[in-house]
Design a protein around this ligand. Structure first.
Ligand code: ADP
Ligand code: DP6
Ligand code: CO
Length: 352
């Protein structure tokens, strides 16, 4: 029996200008209502690792996530990523008779996250980036990271940005078919080594409202979102790109915190309101604000969950860690983090 196999890992990314909102007329394409920008963390930090096997002996497509089998058929976004990559492989096989016929085989997908899943730490970003990257390895697709980001976007929007390391924008695009809604690298992981990220796991519980459901409800009900996407984000994207290019931490931090705050304000403006922050999250905001009172030394940001990510220059990290550990003894604040490194990388190549 021939088994084709590939294993890859991919890191999470944490947005500093948040994506929150989908074009309601283009749900299957997953097009955003605003552009966004994020920092891809190191693979040593939070990552997904995925193995995909294809064999004529498999009788159906199957998925195991963190050791539990999940239905593939019910997971439309995963089915889309599979369909797109298989179609590309099939057209390669049509053109080159010497290529093994893998596109018609059933696959088994096995993925693990080394951090809480669906808790607001961007598991869908590393998860779908990893899935698409591993499929591309398995099928030997001749696509670059931007091409792959277009497929990963249809799995989970934030996943398109994990196709690159460093500082990455997701340009919302304007084409009807979504072919220009893709990730681009603003600066590589080597650009700003002094900038570090600390992950503060406030709760590892699965969130009550998934990002997908939450943002669709926001688009339907929030007037504040319309202000955000028209009047705030376009200018903020430009300012953020400049702050990153200039390695201007105070401006980067100011924009990051304001964007996180506005995203959570938009969640509160949704009806019924969505609450992702909890009392500990709010206490972290107060502590960082107090720490910054004589000049900005750290930036907090929260995705769709209570867990904080703190960006700061390396020299401040020990102090921030001590401060948070003092207020929250027993909490898991990972300060061993650091340098922004690689994007999705294969750890094994397809074999037969
Ligand atoms: P998060 O804040 O963690 O990104 P989301 O609500 O956006 O939470 O997405 C969580 C969902 O992403 C999971 O329920 C699962 O369907 C999918 N997901 C997470 N990790 C993986 C993975 N490694 N492989 C495939 N899908 C994943
Ligand atoms: C708050 O990418 O998880 O983390 O496209 O529906 O899968 P789907 O949503 P997802 O949303 C992420 C929202 C966010 C902000 C961000 O990462 O930009
Ligand atoms: Co997500």
């Amino acid at each position: 029996m021939t088994i084709f196999e590939a294993t890859c890992s991919a890191p999470v990314n944490i947005a500093v200008v948040k994506y929150w909102g989908k074009n309601p007329e283009k749900i299957a394409l997953n097009l955003p209502t605003n552009s966004s920008l994020s920092v891809t963390l190191s693979q040593d930090q939070l990552h997904s690792k995925t193995t995909i096997r294809a064999s004529a002996d498999f009788t159906s497509d199957r998925l195991w996530l963190n050791g539990h089998e999940e239905s593939i058929e019910k997971n439309k976004r995963l089915v889309t990523c599979l369909r797109e990559t298989r179609a590309l492989r099939a057209s390669m096989e049509d053109k080159d008779a010497a290529l093994p016929k893998i596109s018609g085989l059933n696959i088994h997908v096995c993925s693990e996250n080394n951090f809480p899943t669906a808790a607001g730490l961007a598991s869908s970003a590393s998860g779908y980036a990893c899935l698409v990257y591993t499929l591309a390895q398995l099928f030997q697709l001749p696509l670059d990271a931007s091409d792959l980001s277009i497929i990963a976007r249809q799995g989970s929007g934030s996943a398109c940005r994990s196709m690159f390391g460093g500082f990455v924008a997701w340009e919302m695009g304007s084409k009807d078919d979504g072919s220009d809604s893709k990730a681009v690298q603003i600066a590589p992981e080597t650009h700003w080594p002094d900038l570090q990220a600390m992950i503060c796991v406030v709760s590892d519980a699965k969130k009550g409202t998934s990002s997908t459901e939450g943002m669709q409800l926001t688009v339907k009900t929030s007037a504040l979102l319309q202000h955000r996407i028209k009047d705030v984000v376009p200018k903020r994207m430009e300012e953020m790109i400049k702050a990153i290019q200039d390695k201007d931490f105070p401006t980067f931090a100011d924009l990051t915190m304001k964007d996180s705050n506005q995203f959570h304000a938009v969640c509160l403006d949704t009806y019924p309101p969505i609450f992702y922050l909890n009392d500990i999250s709010r206490a972290i905001i107060r502590i960082v604000t107090e720490y910054n009172k004589d000049g900005i030394k750290a930036a907090y940001t929260f995705d769709a969950g209570p867990n904080a990510v703190i960006y700061a220059p390396e020299k401040n990290m020990a102090e921030i860690y001590a401060l948070l550990s003092h207020y929250f003894p027993g909490h898991q604040f990972d300060d061993s983090l650091g340098l922004l490194k690689n994007n999705a990388a294969p750890s094994a190549l397809p074999q037969n």
